[in-house]
Design a protein around this ligand. Structure first.
Ligand SMILES: [Zn+2]
Length: 429
């Protein structure tokens, strides 16, 4: 089972100064920063997925700057992602259209011919057909029952595009493997889409629209599809947000899936921010310790404006929290003293809503308990990845993109190892 990382320019500054809390003034992000496979010294994934919608162009505003998008098309995906070295030659590079970026439009802005050309010219190894997201989902609709008119339109557009896309790929002698995207509003309609895609000649299908679905719903779709396609048909799950549940999917014979989940959870999850391998091929999770930048945090700044806090006190509390964490890491401060310093700084944050990415109802007591568990375990000392070795306690501090994304990249490494352990466990069974 291949773990494909959906890239969205997730690089960090390898020279970031944690003590001064800044990058060098002359740093140029894309050129000087390091992708996960650069900072770790190996690829923590079996491949990378790049969405056309993330690259962007004059029709769809992507995440790349105009000059990055130009460079991408000029040098190709492998060189752009700096995966053009022999040790990365085995990695797959998947492309899709990023249907979420044009989901509100009546039709996809791209034609199958131009997307086939885009994948081919940029050197992708696998390319998904031009799909259109269906938002409705009803697991109890049988067969082709149900589905709004809009869902049915999108269903037909996706299949018609898939047929044209495969023909285009063949006619230009494309080197990439074409993948037919399945869109539907129910397990039955997805199975019908899969049956038609196989009929067109596809032997690798990608299930789209999975992001909002829960694991049991995804399993219903996979089961319905598996019933109608040959055993040799490979299945990919696009945007698999339930990546940590992957073990429970093993009977569906998934060839590959893409996700950003281990990276994103480092800074979007309320509790599970730092991964470590656990017993019985499970993952263990730790809550990272929030020490936001006093001068940049809007909630703290509101407290200052309202006169609840003085800016200089806030900065002193922030410095004390960071100093305590570093002293604790060196064995020069005890746990309770460290936790106290962190919580003193956390209190004003929790007075409004706790933090941007946490639930408002999280109590200070519960949070302190989670922080206590993290500090007691010192999980960053258990990891030998180059990020944890270098950043030490800073990897667990929830503060700015250089720490948060480093923690996310560490999670990718743990997750890749988790997938390998699961594959091994199954091979033994
Ligand atoms: Zn690590």
């Amino acid at each position: 089972m291949k773990f494909i990382f959906a890239d969205s320019l997730d690089y960090v500054d390898p020279a970031f100064d944690f003590i001064a809390d800044r990058s060098a003034a002359e740093r140029q992000p894309y050129w000087d920063d390091a992708y996960p496979h650069e900072i770790l010294g190996y690829a923590p994934y079996d491949g990378v997925l790049v969405s056309k919608g993330i690259v962007g162009d004059h029709r769809v505003k992507g995440k790349y700057t105009a000059s990055q998008a130009r460079r991408f098309e000029l040098v190709g995906v492998r060189k752009f992602l700096r995966l053009d070295k022999p040790q990365f030659a085995h990695l797959d590079i998947f492309g899709d259209c990023g249907a979420f970026t044009y989901a509100s439009e009546a039709k996809p802005p791209y034609s199958p011919a131009e997307i086939a050309e885009f994948y081919d010219e940029c050197g992708f190894t696998h390319g998904c057909s031009v799909d259109h997201i269906i938002f409705d989902f009803n697991s109890s609709d049988a067969g082709m029952e149900g589905g709004s008119n809009d869902a049915k339109d999108r269903f037909e557009i996706t299949l018609e595009n898939a047929d044209n896309f495969r023909r285009e790929a063949l006619s230009i002698g494309a080197a990439f493997t074409p993948m037919g995207v399945v869109q539907g509003w129910s397990p039955g309609s997805m199975a019908e889409a899969a049956r038609r895609l196989v009929g067109m000649g596809y032997d690798y299908l990608a299930l789209g629209g999975m992001v909002p679905l829960k694991s049991p719903e995804i399993k219903l779709c996979l089961a319905a599809i598996r019933e109608v396609v040959p055993a040799s048909t490979r299945l990919h799950i696009l945007g698999f947000a339930k990546a940590d549940d992957i073990d429970s999917f093993h009977s569906y014979d998934i060839a590959s899936f893409d996700t950003t989940s281990p990276l994103i959870r480092a800074f979007k999850d309320a509790k599970q921010n730092y991964y470590l391998p656990g017993p019985d091929a499970r993952l263990r999770y730790f809550t990272s310790i929030r020490v936001p930048q006093a001068i940049e945090n809007p909630r703290l700044q509101r407290s200052v404006k309202r006169g609840v806090l003085r800016a200089e006190d806030l900065i002193a509390m922030e410095a004390a929290a960071l100093k305590a964490l570093r002293a604790y890491d060196r064995g020069e401060a005890d746990l309770e003293e460290t936790l106290h310093n962190v919580m003193v700084y956390t209190a004003p944050l929790a007075e409004e809503k706790p933090y941007e990415d946490c639930h408002a109802t999280v109590g200070m007591m519960k949070l302190a308990e989670r922080y206590r568990a993290t500090l007691a375990a010192k999980p960053w000392k258990e990891c030998s990845c180059s990020i944890c070795e270098h950043a030490s306690v800073d990897v667990i501090i929830f503060r700015g993109s250089n720490r948060n994304k480093r923690r996310g990249i560490h999670n990718l490494a743990v997750y890749k190892n988790h997938i390998e352990r699961l594959d091994l466990k199954r091979a033994v069974i």
